[in-house]
Design a protein around this ligand. Structure first.
Ligand code: DX5
Ligand code: ZN
Length: 220
């Protein structure tokens, strides 16, 4: 299992995005949070900006869609050049059909769960996905406090993936920092989103290395 760091640009300076992307060029992915002010009480960016980000960085783009009506909008993010498209289980009417459509477009298909959404209904569907995102804050804003109570869900998800012999990545997102990343890795996460931890650091490149090293120390 390879550990990967996917910095979120949510707390970056949006007026200087090219420079901000340059600060994380040694990461594995760039995590782009798309919010529509309906699924979450915040509004960020959409397709044109994702297209610009794809052109401005050599990192693969990991889109996290916090939008309603994912069935209708998610495929356009694959067409915009994202390499991974994650939609919320709570916002998709037909998650299997949507995941198949995304894979047919040549991208990795991810499904995300809010803290209050149980993973159990999705455990039999795991083979349809390349990644499952277990939110460790209520989605909507950067800089929130890590929700410890989400970790048992990470653990159960990893166990189910292992039992089924699948290769599905487990992503954690929200409050991931040097203080919390080891608990996430211990629980079985292998893709770590970090927004404020990376962008509030003076040296973002060094922070990415630090996070990766801390996760690797404890990874099972
Ligand atoms: C929150 C977003 C996260 C956010 C994480 O809804 O999905 O990706 O940017 O920010 P931090 O790491 O600051 O919690
Ligand atoms: Zn996110």
């Amino acid at each position: 299992m390879v550990l990967q760091i996917s910095p979120s640009i949510l707390t970056a300076d949006f007026a200087r995005l090219a420079d901000e992307l340059d600060r994380i060029k040694d990461a594995d992915w760039v995590h782009v949070d798309v919010m529509d002010n309906h699924f979450v009480p915040n509004l960020t960016l959409g397709l044109p900006v994702v297209e610009s980000i794809v052109r401005a960085t050599s990192l693969p783009v990991d889109t996290h869609l916090m939008i309603e009506d994912a069935d209708r909008w998610a495929p356009a993010y694959a067409e915009a050049g994202a390499r991974s498209v994650t939609f919320h289980a709570e916002a998709a009417k037909a998650p299997i059909r949507l995941a198949r459509e995304l894979r047919a477009l040549g991208v990795r298909a991810g499904i995300a769960l809010r803290p209050a959404t149980p993973v159990e209904p999705y455990l039999d569907l795991l083979a349809e996905f390349d990644m499952i995102l277990i939110m460790t804050v209520e989605p909507g804003f950067g800089g929130q406090k890590f929700l410890e109570m989400c970790l048992p869900k990470v653990r159960r998800t990893r166990e189910a993936i292992r039992r089924a012999g699948l290769d599905v990545w487990v992503q954690v997102d929200g409050g991931v920092s040097a203080q919390t990343i080891q608990r996430c890795a211990e629980a079985g996460a292998d893709v770590f989103v970090a927004g404020s931890a990376v962008y509030s650091a003076e040296d973002s490149a060094a922070e990415i290395i630090r996070l990766r090293t801390l996760a690797a120390e404890v990874h099972p």
